[in-house]
Design a protein around this ligand. Structure first.
Ligand SMILES: [Zn+2]
Length: 627
C-alpha cells in the first residue's frame, strides 16, 4: 500500500519497484566489486584492521566506509545514503567471502600435486597444513578446487597466479539487503493482533531512474511469517529478492536458545552414516556407577528411493549435458545454425534438472536432520554424537558412498542437525569414527562380518557377529556403529573441545583407558518367545492343493491356426497377508529390505515422502523414570 495516498499497490507493481531499486544497488555493487577484485584489497578487508591499526567494524558496509571504498549512483539518479550502504554491504560480503577462496586456491597452487587426479597422503597433508581449519576440511572441497585449476592449466598451459585470475568478478545479485539500512529507509513491525504477520515499510523509487527524492515514496507491505518463527522472536530487516517475478523476503530473527554444554551428559544419541541406511541412530544412558546401557533398539533413516531418484536425475543430466555439448560443437559459433533453438532448449532443461537435484538434496538434508534431532528429543538426550565425516573417506568408502550421496549433502545434514539441535539446547559433538564398525559394542572384541543373519558362515559386510562366546552380540553393521559412537562420546565427554572459529564441539582423539569404559552393558536375558502377532484369521490349508497355474499369460490373439492356449485355472487361495508392520523393522532385521524399493504410485515425479522411510522410535522400552 502506498503510504501517502493510501492507494493499494499490486504485487506485480511492488515487485517491479523493488526490481528498480535492486537494479540501482547491484549496479553500484558491481562497480565496487570490479574496483577491488584483487588480492591486496580482499586481504586488507579480510584482515580486519585498517591502515592506522584499528579494528574494522563487523558490518561490511561500515568496514568499506572506514577503508574509504565508496561508490555512487549514476549522475542523473538521486538515491539516499542507505541505498549506497546496501551496495557496499553486498560488495563487502562478496569480497570477504572471496578471501577463503583465495587462501584455498593459494594452498592448492603452491602444493600442486604430481598427479592432479590423485594426491598421496603427504600431498594431502601439505595442502591442508596452510589452511585455517584445513585438517577438518572435507576433501571434496579441495578436490573441486583442484579440478577447477586443472581446467585452467589445460586452457593456459600454466598454473593461475591467484583466485582473481581463476575466477571472474562475482556477479552482484539483484537483491536488497535491508539489514544495512536504518529506520529512514525501512522498518519492520510485528502485528500485535496476529503474531504470525509482520508489516514491512520501505522507501521505493516510483521510476527506474529516480531523479529527485520526490521519486521515492514509502510503501507498506504485509508479510506472513512462516510457522517456524517463534512468537517471541525479534524480527530483523529482511533481504528482499525477486524469484520468478515474485517478491520474496528472507526473514532473519533472533530468539534466546538454551546454552549447550560440552560435558555432564547422561543420555546421548549416537548417529552413524551408513551405506544402505542414510542414518542409523539410537540413544544410550550413562548410569551413576559408570555402566552404559542402550535405550531402545535404535532406528534408521532410509532414503534408498530418494537416492535412486537422485541417481536417475544425475544420469539424465549427464546425458543431456553431453548432447548439448555436441550441439555446441556442431553449431560452432554460427548464430544462424538450425540447431541453435534446440541447443537453447537443452541448456534450459539441464539448468532445470540441476535445480531439481539441488532441491531434492535440500529436502533430504532437512528431513534427515529433523529426524535425527527428533530422535534425540524423544529420548530426552542432551547431546548428539555424530560420526566424523572425514572418516568415511579414511575407511575407503568415499567413492562408493559418493556415487550414492555426495559428501556435500552429508555435510549439509550435519550442519542442519547442529542448527536444529541448538534451538532446543542439545549439544552436537563430532566423534572420531575409527573402528566403530569393527568392534563389538558390548565387549570390544573384533567383530566378524557376515552377509546376512541367516548366513552365519558366508563372509560379508552387512551383518556383524561377535565371536566372543559369553557375549554373542549380533546386529546390523550400522546398528553396532551408533552404539559405539554414542558410548565413545559419553566416555570421552571430558575431552570435548569447542572450536573457536565455528563454535562446533569436537572430540579429537580417543584414549585407550577411556575407550575401555565405552562398552554397553547388555540388558538381562529375556525368555525367548516366538512372535504370535497376526493380522487375520489363520488360513485354511487344503490337503489337495489347486493345480498349478500356468506362469505365462495367454496370447492376446491366436498366432496361428492352433487356437488359443489355455491359461489354466486362476489360483483359488488368497494372497498371503502382510505380516504385522513392526516385524519388518525388528532389531534383527538387516538394513536392506529384501523386496525392491516400491514407491507407491510415485515412480517418477512427485512424492518425496513416498521415497524416504524412517523407522519410528520405539520408546516403550525406555523405563518410565527416564522419559
Ligand atoms: Zn561382544
Amino acid at each position: 500500500m502506498e503510504d501517502k495516498t493510501g492507494e493499494a499497490v499490486s504485487p506485480g507493481a511492488l515487485a517491479m519497484r523493488v526490481g528498480w531499486c535492486a537494479e540501482l544497488v547491484s549496479g553500484m555493487a558491481a562497480r565496487l566489486l570490479a574496483e577491488h577484485w584483487n588480492g591486496a584489497d580482499v586481504a586488507l578487508l579480510a584482515g580486519g584492521v585498517d591502515a592506522s591499526g584499528r579494528r574494522l567494524p563487523s558490518k561490511a558496509w561500515m568496514a568499506l566506509r572506514r577503508l574509504g571504498w565508496t561508490t555512487s549512483a549514476p549522475a542523473e539518479v538521486t538515491v539516499n545514503d542507505r541505498i549506497v550502504r546496501m551496495a557496499q554491504e553486498q560488495a563487502g560480503r562478496l569480497l570477504r567471502g572471496a578471501q577463503w577462496r583465495a587462501e584455498l586456491t593459494a594452498a592448492v597452487v603452491t602444493t600442486w600435486p604430481t598427479d592432479a587426479r590423485r594426491r598421496t597422503t603427504e600431498e594431502w597433508e601439505r595442502v591442508r597444513a596452510p589452511l585455517p581449519g584445513g585438517r577438518h576440511l572435507p576433501s571434496s572441497v579441495v578436490k573441486a578446487r583442484t579440478r577447477q585449476i586443472a581446467k585452467f592449466v589445460r586452457a593456459n598451459g600454466r598454473l593461475p597466479m591467484d583466485v582473481f585470475e581463476l575466477e571472474d568478478v562475482p556477479r552482484a545479485a539483484r537483491m536488497l539487503l535491508l539489514s544495512a539500512c536504518d529506520r529512514q529507509q525501512a522498518r519492520i513491525e510485528r502485528s500485535e493482533s496476529t503474531p504470525q504477520r509482520a508489516v514491512l515499510r520501505l522507501q521505493l523509487p516510483t521510476r527506474p531512474d529516480p531523479c529527485s527524492y520526490a521519486d521515492w515514496t514509502w510503501v507498506t507491505c504485509p508479510i506472513t511469517l512462516p510457522p517456524t518463527v517463534p512468537a517471541s522472536a525479534v524480527l530483523h530487516l529482511p533481504t528482499l529478492r525477486l524469484v520468478g517475478g515474485r517478491l520474496q523476503a528472507d526473514m532473519a530473527y533472533t530468539h534466546a536458545v538454551p546454552a549447550t554444554r560440552p560435558t555432564g551428559h547422561t543420555i546421548a544419541l549416537g548417529v552413524d552414516w551408513g551405506l544402505n541406511t542414510l542414518l542409523s541412530a539410537g540413544s544410550i544412558r550413562l548410569h551413576h556407577d559408570g555402566r552404559i546401557t542402550a535405550l531402545g533398539a535404535g532406528a534408521q533413516f532410509r532414503a534408498a528411493g530418494v537416492l535412486a531418484k537422485q541417481h536417475r536425475l544425475r544420469r539424465l543430466s549427464e546425458h543431456l549435458q553431453a548432447k548439448a555439448d555436441h550441439y555446441q560443437r556442431l553449431i560452432a559459433g554460427d548464430a544462424q545454425h538450425e540447431l541453435t533453438g534446440k541447443h537453447a532448449v537443452l541448456r534450459g532443461e539441464v539448468r532445470h534438472l540441476s535445480e531439481r537435484r539441488s532441491n531434492l538434496n535440500d529436502a533430504l538434508a532437512w528431513a534427515a536432520a529433523r529426524w535425527a534431532v527428533d530422535q534425540a528429543i524423544a529420548a530426552c538426550a542432551s547431546v548428539i554424537y555424530l560420526e566424523d565425516l572425514r572418516s568415511l573417506e579414511a575407511r575407503g568408502m568415499g567413492r562408493t558412498l559418493n556415487t550414492r550421496l555426495s559428501q556435500q549433502v552429508r555435510g549439509r545434514i550435519a550442519g542442519h542437525i547442529q542448527h536444529l539441535a541448538a534451538e532446543i539446547g542439545i549439544a552436537v559433538v563430532t566423534v572420531p569414527a575409527r573402528n566403530t564398525s569393527k568392534h563389538c559394542p558390548h565387549c570390544l572384541t573384533v567383530l566378524r562380518h557376515r552377509k546376512a543373519p541367516d548366513k552365519p558362515t558366508i563372509t560379508g559386510w552387512k551383518w556383524a557377529v561377535c565371536p566372543n562366546p559369553p557375549c554373542g552380540w549380533q546386529g546390523d553393521r550400522d546398528q553396532g556403529a551408533w552404539r559405539r559412537i554414542a558410548a565413545r562420546g559419553l566416555a570421552h565427554q571430558a575431552k570435548t573441545t569447542t572450536e573457536r572459529a565455528s563454535g562446533t564441539m569436537v572430540i579429537r582423539s580417543v584414549t585407550d583407558a577411556l575407550e575401555a569404559q565405552a562398552v554397553i552393558t547388555p540388558p538381562p536375558a529375556k525368555t525367548l518367545r516366538s512372535d504370535r502377532s497376526k493380522t487375520g484369521p489363520t488360513q485354511h490349508r487344503s490337503s489337495r492343493p489347486a493345480p498349478r497355474r500356468r506362469r505365462a499369460p495367454s496370447p492376446a490373439r491366436p498366432p496361428g491356426p492352433a487356437g488359443q492356449r489355455p491359461e489354466g485355472p486362476a489360483p483359488t487361495d488368497r494372497h498371503r497377508l502382510p505380516r504385522a508392520a513392526h516385524r519388518h523393522q525388528d532389531g534383527t532385521t538387516i538394513s536392506t529390505p529384501t523386496r525392491r524399493h516400491q514407491p507407491r504410485g510415485a515412480a517418477l515425479g512427485a512424492g518425496f515422502h513416498l521415497h524416504a522411510h524412517a523407522s519410528p522410535p520405539r520408546w516403550e522400552t525406555i523405563p518410565a523414570e527416564y522419559a
